[in-house]
Write a new protein. Sequence first.
Length: 176
Amino acid sequence: MEEKSYKEYLEHITTFVFDVDGVLTNATVTVTSSGELLRTMNMKDGYALKTAIDQGYNICIITGGSNEGVRIRLEGLGIKDIYLKAHDKIKLLDEYLNKYNIKSENVLYMGDDLPDYPVMKRVGLPCCPQDAVPEIKNISKYVSHKNGGFGAVRDVIEQVLKVQEKWNKNFDAKYD
């Protein structure tokens, strides 16, 4: 049986789930003298997340990180389901899917490292940034041409919304 192209999965995606470090960020942190860990996020990824929410998609964040600044940034975009300090990502994914009655085949998950592996094996469209570890690249149905923190999230969201004809829907009407 021939393997489906990742593009064949795009039309069925209703839900995006993302890791943070290495996906929404470039996997580096700046450590301040007080020990605070600072991350950088891409504004274009933020625009895509907000656009997906505005178009009615489900967005969930599941990360092992614990930075409250990350939560504040993502809540500011309208994301309600944010799981920080996630040590059992499968359990949290299952809780999220059950809470909203979402089928795993309708989920795109983007991760970059080994803690994402079990979750990625469970969803319909596992994806990763270009700079993900080899084990994650090997199970991804789509590897973005962008690195984590440099537009990989925008890449996958934009592709899904374009296939479903929801990317910048009514954009011209807003600005003409």
